[in-house]
Structures are given as structure tokens and as C-alpha cells.
Ligand binder design. Structure first.
Ligand SMILES: [Mg+2]
Length: 263
């Protein structure tokens, strides 16, 4: 099976603009080509998943789009990067003309394009990621079961940090998880997180085991680590049960569990 980087196009590879179909209007976002190359080198399939309602609206044709994709492929090749496949949705449920007027299954956040790519390239969904600039990109990814990231403010260095951290967690054999059995004391939880980062630093997936679902705890945790996740469980959990819940929560990744009890 193959891992994939699913990528939105407009606002993710090229600077956002409405209905871009000409090379002269296609401006690469700084860091985008390097990002793609990084995934090429890691052996991922790089697959573009793009809504192209400009076709539905009659602003340009599929032929125009394919010509632009070939042009982008050429630019990539000259920079030793490669997009393995392009998927696009040419439909629009309201403004589509002729055959393009369709409430299709492929327009994001629907998952039709992604699902097809998964079949075509024998993609391992759990090992793949999706990157886009809009909520519907992330929604599409999450619906299909693919870990998703948003590119914010065209800032690839920020995105690289988030993604690298996630990949390290996925790949590393010596990662740690923090389980905090919180005795309902937010200040103690915060101190426990601080202690943990001072001790272990680096790459950790943090799972807070809280005795009640608490957005405040999660928010506090996120100020240290945006990847932190909250698992709410019942009060007075035993350490063994905390580990059991924690393991099932991180799903499929056999993390080394560090138990850190704040009380
Ligand atoms: Mg976009």
C-alpha cells in the first residue's frame, strides 16, 4: 500500500485567486514546491484534490485545466518535485451549465475524489495526510479518515512544523504519551504538563485523561502542544485503566505510555 499527501490546489499550492486557469495567473506559494518534494522523497504519492467549479460555470474548459496541470507538472519537474495525480471536480450543484450541473459525489467536502484516488493508488488511509486552506478541505479529509491540516496565511513553515511533528509521532518507535489522571484541578494539570515537557521535551503525543470533559483543560494543554487531545473518562480511574483507555484512544499506534498523575 502507498501513503499519500492529498493536496488542495488553489490557496494551497498556488496563491488563492478566483477561477485560475492560465499559467500567468498561477503563482506558487512560497514553500509549496519544497513541501511536495519532501513527500516525494519520503515515497508518498502526491495527489491533488481540487474543486474546479469554474468549468461548471463555463469560465474555462476541462481542456484548459488539463493544459494548466501539464504546465504545473513541467514547473515541478524543473524543480525536482512531482505531482503524481490530479483529481478535480468540474461540477456545481446550482451554477453548473449542461452536464456540469450536478449534485455530484466529488465536490469537497464530499469525498468522491479522495475515495477514487485511494482505490486508484492503493492508498493506506491511516498513513496519509490531507492539506488544504479551507475548512471543507479538512472536512473532506476527516470524513475519509485522513489526518488533515490547514495551511494558514500561506505559511508553510508553520505547516511544516505541525506535519513534521505528526509524522515523527507516527514513525518514531520511542515516543511518549502523557496520561494525566486529573483530579479535577486545572492548575495541577497545567503544572503536570509543564513538568512533562521539561522532562521529555521534543516529540510527544499528549493525551490528557480527565475525569470530566473539560474544554478548559484542553485549551490549557493546547497552549503547550496543538496536537494534544483530551480523553474524558470517569472519576478515580486506576492507572491500569487509564493506560487501557489511552491506548485505545490513540488508536492503532502502540505508544509507550508515560503515566503522570496529577493530584
Ligand atoms: Mg483552496
Amino acid at each position: 500500500m502507498n501513503k499519500a499527501l492529498f493536496l488542495d490546489r488553489d490557496g494551497t499550492i498556488n496563491e488563492y485567486g478566483e477561477y485560475i486557469y492560465l499559467p500567468k495567473d498561477f503563482v506558487f506559494i512560497k514553500g509549496a514546491v519544497e513541501f511536495i518534494r519532501k513527500f516525494n522523497v519520503m515515497g508518498y504519492k502526491v495527489i491533488v484534490i481540487s474543486n474546479q467549479a469554474g468549468i461548471a460555470r463555463g469560465y474555462y474548459t476541462e481542456k484548459d485545466l488539463l493544459a494548466l496541470q501539464r504546465w504545473v507538472d513541467g514547473r515541478m519537474e524543473s524543480q525536482k518535485a512531482k505531482i503524481d495525480a490530479w483529481y478535480y471536480c468540474p461540477h456545481h450543484p446550482i451554477y453548473g451549465k449542461g452536464k456540469y450541473l450536478q449534485d455530484c459525489d466529488c465536490r469537497k467536502p464530499k469525498t468522491g475524489m479522495l475515495d477514487r484516488a485511494v482505490k486508484d493508488f492503493d492508498i493506506d488511509i491511516k498513513g496519509s495526510i490531507m492539506v488544504g486552506d479551507k475548512e471543507w478541505d479538512a472536512e473532506c479529509g476527516e470524513r475519509a479518515g485522513v489526518k488533515s491540516f490547514l495551511l494558514r496565511n500561506n505559511d508553510y513553515s508553520l505547516l511544516n512544523n505541525e506535519v513534521d511533528k505528526y509524522l515523527s509521532l507516527q514513525n518514531s518507535a520511542s515516543k511518549h504519551s502523557l496520561l494525566i489522571v486529573n483530579k479535577n484541578n486545572a492548575a495541577l494539570t497545567e503544572n503536570a504538563v509543564k513538568d512533562f515537557y521539561a522532562k521529555y521535551g521534543g516529540l510527544n503525543e499528549v493525551v490528557i485523561v480527565d475525569n470530566n470533559s473539560s474544554d478548559a483543560s484542553l485549551e490549557r494543554l493546547r497552549s503547550f502542544d496543538h496536537m494534544a487531545r483530551l480523553l474524558a473518562v470517569k472519576r478515580d480511574l486506576s492507572e491500569a485503566d487509564a493506560i487501557k483507555y489511552g491506548r485505545s484512544f490513540v488508536g492503532g499506534i502502540d505508544l509507550e505510555m508515560k503515566v503522570y498523575i496529577s493530584e
